[in-house]
Design a protein around this ligand. Structure first.
Ligand code: 5RP
Length: 229
Protein backbone atom coordinates (compact mmCIF):
# COMPACT_ATOMS: atom_id res chain seq x y z
CA UNK A 1 0.00 0.00 0.00
CA UNK A 2 1.18 3.54 -0.73
CA UNK A 3 3.02 5.16 2.15
CA UNK A 4 0.82 8.28 2.00
CA UNK A 5 -2.29 6.10 2.57
CA UNK A 6 -0.59 4.34 5.49
CA UNK A 7 0.43 7.68 6.97
CA UNK A 8 -3.15 8.94 6.71
CA UNK A 9 -4.47 5.78 8.39
CA UNK A 10 -1.97 6.17 11.22
CA UNK A 11 -3.12 9.76 11.76
CA UNK A 12 -6.81 8.79 11.75
CA UNK A 13 -6.29 6.15 14.44
CA UNK A 14 -3.97 8.37 16.47
CA UNK A 15 -6.34 11.38 16.43
CA UNK A 16 -9.32 9.22 17.38
CA UNK A 17 -7.44 7.86 20.39
CA UNK A 18 -6.93 11.38 21.74
CA UNK A 19 -10.71 11.75 22.10
CA UNK A 20 -10.53 9.00 24.78
CA UNK A 21 -8.23 11.11 26.94
CA UNK A 22 -10.07 13.14 29.59
CA UNK A 23 -9.11 15.86 32.04
CA UNK A 24 -7.05 14.65 34.99
CA UNK A 25 -5.90 11.40 33.38
CA UNK A 26 -2.47 9.87 33.65
CA UNK A 27 -1.63 8.77 30.12
CA UNK A 28 0.92 6.19 28.98
CA UNK A 29 2.61 7.50 25.84
CA UNK A 30 3.68 4.81 23.38
CA UNK A 31 6.55 4.87 20.90
CA UNK A 32 6.81 4.76 17.13
CA UNK A 33 5.47 6.81 14.24
CA UNK A 34 1.75 6.25 14.99
CA UNK A 35 2.25 7.12 18.65
CA UNK A 36 4.09 10.26 17.56
CA UNK A 37 0.98 11.47 15.68
CA UNK A 38 -1.01 10.86 18.87
CA UNK A 39 1.52 12.75 21.02
CA UNK A 40 1.51 15.78 18.72
CA UNK A 41 -2.31 15.87 18.74
CA UNK A 42 -2.38 15.45 22.52
CA UNK A 43 0.06 18.36 22.75
CA UNK A 44 -2.43 20.52 20.82
CA UNK A 45 -5.19 19.56 23.28
CA UNK A 46 -2.95 20.37 26.24
CA UNK A 47 -2.28 23.77 24.71
CA UNK A 48 -6.07 24.30 24.51
CA UNK A 49 -6.44 23.48 28.22
CA UNK A 50 -6.59 19.69 28.63
CA UNK A 51 -4.96 18.84 31.96
CA UNK A 52 -3.14 15.49 31.91
CA UNK A 53 0.16 13.94 32.89
CA UNK A 54 2.08 11.65 30.56
CA UNK A 55 4.34 8.69 31.29
CA UNK A 56 6.65 8.11 28.29
CA UNK A 57 7.60 4.62 27.07
CA UNK A 58 10.94 5.72 25.58
CA UNK A 59 13.49 8.51 25.69
CA UNK A 60 12.46 9.53 22.18
CA UNK A 61 8.81 9.78 23.21
CA UNK A 62 9.80 11.77 26.32
CA UNK A 63 11.66 14.26 24.14
CA UNK A 64 8.75 14.72 21.73
CA UNK A 65 6.21 15.01 24.55
CA UNK A 66 8.32 17.74 26.15
CA UNK A 67 8.62 19.55 22.84
CA UNK A 68 4.82 19.65 22.43
CA UNK A 69 4.19 20.68 26.04
CA UNK A 70 2.83 17.52 27.66
CA UNK A 71 3.73 17.49 31.39
CA UNK A 72 5.57 14.25 32.21
CA UNK A 73 5.88 12.18 35.36
CA UNK A 74 7.76 8.96 36.14
CA UNK A 75 5.94 5.63 36.42
CA UNK A 76 6.88 5.46 40.10
CA UNK A 77 4.94 8.69 40.70
CA UNK A 78 1.79 7.19 39.20
CA UNK A 79 2.06 3.37 39.37
CA UNK A 80 -1.32 2.97 37.67
CA UNK A 81 -2.12 4.74 34.42
CA UNK A 82 -5.68 5.63 33.42
CA UNK A 83 -5.03 4.98 29.76
CA UNK A 84 -2.08 3.81 27.68
CA UNK A 85 -1.98 4.54 23.95
CA UNK A 86 0.57 2.80 21.76
CA UNK A 87 1.19 1.46 18.28
CA UNK A 88 1.86 -2.12 17.17
CA UNK A 89 3.76 -3.97 14.49
CA UNK A 90 1.02 -6.59 14.10
CA UNK A 91 -2.27 -7.54 15.70
CA UNK A 92 -4.36 -10.67 15.26
CA UNK A 93 -8.13 -11.34 15.71
CA UNK A 94 -7.51 -12.28 19.38
CA UNK A 95 -6.10 -8.80 20.15
CA UNK A 96 -2.61 -10.27 20.47
CA UNK A 97 0.28 -8.11 19.30
CA UNK A 98 3.84 -8.12 18.11
CA UNK A 99 5.61 -4.97 19.30
CA UNK A 100 9.16 -3.74 19.50
CA UNK A 101 9.93 -2.79 15.92
CA UNK A 102 11.12 0.52 17.36
CA UNK A 103 13.01 -1.19 20.18
CA UNK A 104 10.91 0.12 23.08
CA UNK A 105 9.06 -3.10 23.92
CA UNK A 106 10.23 -3.48 27.52
CA UNK A 107 9.06 -0.11 28.81
CA UNK A 108 5.99 -0.34 26.56
CA UNK A 109 5.01 -3.66 28.11
CA UNK A 110 5.54 -2.31 31.63
CA UNK A 111 3.22 0.62 30.87
CA UNK A 112 0.63 -1.68 29.25
CA UNK A 113 0.68 -3.98 32.28
CA UNK A 114 0.12 -1.06 34.64
CA UNK A 115 -2.69 0.66 32.77
CA UNK A 116 -6.44 0.44 33.38
CA UNK A 117 -7.16 0.77 29.66
CA UNK A 118 -4.89 -0.14 26.75
CA UNK A 119 -5.59 1.38 23.35
CA UNK A 120 -3.67 0.29 20.26
CA UNK A 121 -3.54 2.63 17.28
CA UNK A 122 -2.62 1.20 13.90
CA UNK A 123 -2.84 1.46 10.13
CA UNK A 124 -4.62 -1.33 8.26
CA UNK A 125 -1.33 -3.00 7.31
CA UNK A 126 -0.88 -4.13 10.90
CA UNK A 127 -3.92 -6.43 10.88
CA UNK A 128 -2.98 -10.08 10.30
CA UNK A 129 -4.84 -13.38 10.56
CA UNK A 130 -1.87 -14.95 12.36
CA UNK A 131 1.09 -13.27 14.06
CA UNK A 132 4.52 -13.81 12.59
CA UNK A 133 5.05 -12.04 9.29
CA UNK A 134 6.85 -9.40 11.33
CA UNK A 135 9.99 -10.66 13.08
CA UNK A 136 9.48 -10.97 16.83
CA UNK A 137 11.83 -8.76 18.90
CA UNK A 138 13.30 -10.05 22.16
CA UNK A 139 15.03 -7.70 24.61
CA UNK A 140 18.04 -9.47 26.07
CA UNK A 141 20.90 -8.75 28.43
CA UNK A 142 24.19 -8.16 26.53
CA UNK A 143 26.11 -10.56 28.82
CA UNK A 144 24.02 -13.42 27.40
CA UNK A 145 23.76 -12.37 23.74
CA UNK A 146 25.91 -15.08 22.13
CA UNK A 147 24.49 -17.86 24.32
CA UNK A 148 20.92 -16.78 23.52
CA UNK A 149 21.67 -16.54 19.78
CA UNK A 150 23.03 -20.11 19.88
CA UNK A 151 19.99 -21.40 21.78
CA UNK A 152 17.49 -19.69 19.47
CA UNK A 153 19.38 -21.04 16.45
CA UNK A 154 18.98 -24.58 17.82
CA UNK A 155 15.25 -23.90 18.17
CA UNK A 156 15.11 -23.02 14.44
CA UNK A 157 14.00 -19.42 15.09
CA UNK A 158 16.63 -17.79 12.80
CA UNK A 159 17.75 -15.16 15.33
CA UNK A 160 19.34 -11.94 14.13
CA UNK A 161 21.07 -9.50 16.48
CA UNK A 162 19.69 -6.03 15.75
CA UNK A 163 22.41 -3.59 14.67
CA UNK A 164 22.75 0.18 14.59
CA UNK A 165 25.63 2.19 13.15
CA UNK A 166 27.79 -0.91 12.85
CA UNK A 167 27.35 -2.02 16.48
CA UNK A 168 24.71 -3.93 18.43
CA UNK A 169 21.54 -1.87 18.95
CA UNK A 170 21.09 -0.69 22.56
CA UNK A 171 17.68 -0.10 24.10
CA UNK A 172 16.83 2.66 26.58
CA UNK A 173 17.61 0.06 29.28
CA UNK A 174 21.00 -0.59 27.63
CA UNK A 175 20.04 -4.07 26.49
CA UNK A 176 20.30 -5.75 23.06
CA UNK A 177 17.50 -6.82 20.73
CA UNK A 178 17.35 -10.13 18.89
CA UNK A 179 14.71 -10.49 16.15
CA UNK A 180 13.41 -14.00 15.56
CA UNK A 181 11.25 -15.66 12.92
CA UNK A 182 8.02 -17.10 14.35
CA UNK A 183 6.17 -17.38 11.03
CA UNK A 184 3.89 -20.43 11.10
CA UNK A 185 4.06 -20.89 14.90
CA UNK A 186 0.52 -21.71 16.00
CA UNK A 187 0.86 -21.70 19.79
CA UNK A 188 2.35 -18.26 20.41
CA UNK A 189 1.40 -18.34 24.11
CA UNK A 190 3.44 -21.51 24.57
CA UNK A 191 6.37 -20.10 22.61
CA UNK A 192 6.26 -16.94 24.71
CA UNK A 193 6.52 -19.03 27.88
CA UNK A 194 9.51 -20.91 26.47
CA UNK A 195 11.30 -17.73 25.37
CA UNK A 196 10.84 -15.91 28.66
CA UNK A 197 12.35 -18.91 30.49
CA UNK A 198 15.70 -18.48 28.71
CA UNK A 199 18.05 -16.77 31.18
CA UNK A 200 19.00 -13.33 29.87
CA UNK A 201 15.77 -12.80 27.94
CA UNK A 202 14.27 -9.79 29.68
CA UNK A 203 11.06 -9.48 27.68
CA UNK A 204 9.43 -10.55 24.43
CA UNK A 205 7.53 -8.41 21.94
CA UNK A 206 4.46 -10.63 22.26
CA UNK A 207 1.72 -8.64 24.01
CA UNK A 208 -0.85 -11.35 24.53
CA UNK A 209 -3.36 -10.17 27.12
CA UNK A 210 -3.16 -6.43 27.57
CA UNK A 211 -5.12 -4.90 24.68
CA UNK A 212 -8.63 -3.54 25.36
CA UNK A 213 -9.29 -1.44 22.26
CA UNK A 214 -7.81 -1.30 18.77
CA UNK A 215 -8.34 1.79 16.63
CA UNK A 216 -7.40 1.06 13.05
CA UNK A 217 -7.31 3.56 10.22
CA UNK A 218 -8.61 2.08 6.98
CA UNK A 219 -8.85 4.32 3.94
CA UNK A 220 -10.76 7.36 5.19
CA UNK A 221 -12.35 5.61 8.20
CA UNK A 222 -11.30 4.60 11.68
CA UNK A 223 -12.47 1.17 12.79
CA UNK A 224 -13.03 0.51 16.48
CA UNK A 225 -12.49 -2.99 17.90
CA UNK A 226 -13.19 -3.71 21.58
CA UNK A 227 -11.84 -6.80 23.29
CA UNK A 228 -14.76 -8.35 25.18
CA UNK A 229 -12.58 -11.21 26.56
C1 5RP B 1 8.01 0.37 19.21
C2 5RP B 1 6.73 -0.28 18.84
C3 5RP B 1 5.84 0.47 17.91
O1 5RP B 1 4.61 0.63 18.51
C4 5RP B 1 5.68 -0.33 16.65
O2 5RP B 1 6.97 -0.56 16.11
C5 5RP B 1 4.80 0.38 15.63
O3 5RP B 1 5.47 1.46 15.09
P1 5RP B 1 4.83 2.40 13.99
O4 5RP B 1 3.69 3.10 14.64
O5 5RP B 1 5.98 3.33 13.62
O6 5RP B 1 4.41 1.54 12.83
O7 5RP B 1 6.40 -1.34 19.27
O8 5RP B 1 8.76 -0.46 20.08
Amino acid sequence: MKSTVIEHEKKLAAYESVSLVKNGMIVGLGSGSTAEHMIRKLGEEVEKGLSIKGVPSSERTAQLAQEVGIPLILLKEAITLDINIDGADEFDPKFRLIKGGGGALLREKILAHNSKLNVIIADSGKKVSALGKFKLPLEIIPFATQAILAELNKMGLKPVLRKLDGGAYRTDENNNIIDIDIFGVKEVDKLNGTLIEIPGVVETGLFLKTTDIILMGQGSETLFFRNTR
